[in-house]
Write a protein that binds this ligand. Structure first.
Ligand code: RFL
Ligand code: PHB
Length: 403
């Protein structure tokens, strides 16, 4: 088999890229290790930035998102049991976010791929990448026991943090930046109405908590837990008691129902630079991880592949390499700002085991500043709704973007 672009991984990065290239007439094949059901059943992101909503509209995969997505114009923050709200449109020139699960995004992308004949190979075992630093890269895999080979011009690694793509780059080429947090998030889903119309992020003496949702009848809740605790330590009764306590007054509105999809996710900040080696380009979690506090992971996967698709399309339409050569720098500029915001919001809202009394008072003072300063809230809001794709251009252009 031969194609122009081999895409490794059918998560958000891989599937958005596949649609972008397909629409532009660039041939691409997606190789995915798991089956469709597995990928679209993973409970992960919940908050979609305007940039990603706009891309779904542009690609014509937004019908259900427009019907079922919940547009949120602000978030609530609870500090010391007291809640305050940060509104988005008034601080960002009218922008908002949409609450719509990653699994729903994936269903929409897969349905459209099927309708449009975008080629995806599921159950591709033992994917390996070859000659990435030469002129003729290719990938091999095993499919139902048969060895397969795909020749291509470029390989794009969209295979997440544990994938094969980043691991195919020689260690001395990559610079790794990493911070592992000493706690995780225990998350549950439950078929009960959310305790509030909007998300609630809580800083509590016993640790962070987040009340989120998937629909008017399905809620998603998280509590900060020590890194060495697992779901066996958290029967439903303990989870609900802890959630109620950390939520403060809003806790009295919790509707307790049986939980499902209980899991613990570790928290990590991670960036591998550069996002290119020879004819291999990395996108999404394959290149960077943010702690979920800022709700940025899936959104960064989207901006990476938007940038990369522009570069690949320019390569095939105009024969220019400038976009491909600039991809890593352009993508990383947005990645690092989301890394900063996600690290900062995690630091502001979580209890760290090594915190001293002065660390504690400084955290409380910063939360109080965020509660009382319009300037601080504007900084929060412009980051939470997502920086415009052209952020980093001169400030006058940005004023236009927000107008
Ligand atoms: P994915 O989604 O991990 O997809 C990678 C795909 O590659 C496949 N794969 C391989 N295929 C072939 N060969 C191999 N060797 C392969 N190895 C792996 C995998 O099966 C998979 O299908 O990466 P991608 O596309 O970069 O997307 C990244 C996002 O999934 C991730 O950043 C978000 O889920 C992060 N995230 C959130 N992001 C947001 O934007 N908003 C949120 O509200 C948000 N909340 C979250 C989150 C992640 C969480 N967890 C569990 C980590 C909340 C949580 C709890
Ligand atoms: C979610 O609904 O899963 C969610 C929402 C906001 C976050 C992280 C996860 O910051």
């Amino acid at each position: 088999m031969r194609t122009q672009v081999a895409i490794i991984g059918a998560g958000p990065a891989g599937m958005f890229l596949a649609h972008l290239l397909h629409r532009a007439g660039v041939a691409a094949v997606v190789l995915e290790r798991r089956d469709r059901h597995y990928v679209e059943s993973r409970v992960r992101a919940g908050v979609v930035e305007q940039v990603a909503v706009d891309l779904m509209t542009e690609l014509g995969v937004d019908a259900r998102l427009k019907r079922e997505g919940l547009v949120h114009h602000g978030v609530n923050i609870v500090s010391d049991g007291a809640m305050f709200r940060i509104g988005f449109p008034e601080l960002t020139g009218g922008r908002s976010v949409t609450v719509y699960g990653q699994s729903e995004v994936m269903k929409d992308l897969f349905d459209a791929a099927q309708a449009r004949d975008v080629p995806i190979v599921f159950d591709a075992e033992a994917v390996a990448l070859h000659d990435l630093d030469g002129e003729r890269p290719y990938t091999t895999w095993r499919e139902h026991g048969v060895e397969r080979r795909l020749d291509c011009d470029y390989v794009v690694g969209c295979d997440g943090y544990h994938g094969v793509s980043r691991a195919s780059i020689p260690a001395d080429v990559l610079k790794i930046y990493e911070k592992v947090y000493p706690f995780g998030w225990l998350g549950i889903l439950t078929d009960a109405p959310p305790c509030d119309d909007e998300l609630i992020y809580c800083n509590h003496a016993r640790g962070f908590a987040l009340a989120s949702m998937r629909s008017p009848t399905r809620s998603r809740y998280y509590v900060q837990v020590p890194a060495d605790e697992g779901i066996e330590d958290w029967p439903d009764a303990r989870f609900w008691d802890e959630m109620q306590l950390r939520l403060g007054d809003a806790g009295s509105r919790l509707v307790r129902a049986p939980s499902f999809d209980k899991s613990v996710a570790p928290l990590r900040s991670f960036v591998a630079e550069p996002m290119r080696w020879g004819r291999l380009f990395l996108a999404g979690d394959a290149a960077h991880i943010v702690p979920p506090t800022g709700a940025k992971g899936m959104n960064l996967a989207v901006s990476d592949v938007k940038f990369l698709s522009e570069a690949l399309i320019a390569r095939y339409r105009e024969g220019t390499d400038a976009g491909l050569d600039g991809y890593s720098t352009r993508a990383l500029a947005r990645v690092w700002k989301a890394e900063r915001f996600s690290w900062w919001f995690t630091s502001l809202t979580h209890r760290f085991p090594e915190m001293t009394p002065i660390d504690q008072r400084l955290q409380t003072a910063e939360l109080d500043y965020l509660r009382s300063s319009r300037a601080a809230q504007q900084v929060f809001a412009e980051n939470y709704v997502g920086l415009p794709l052209q952020h980093g251009e001169p400030i006058l252009d940005r004023a236009v973007a927000y107008a």
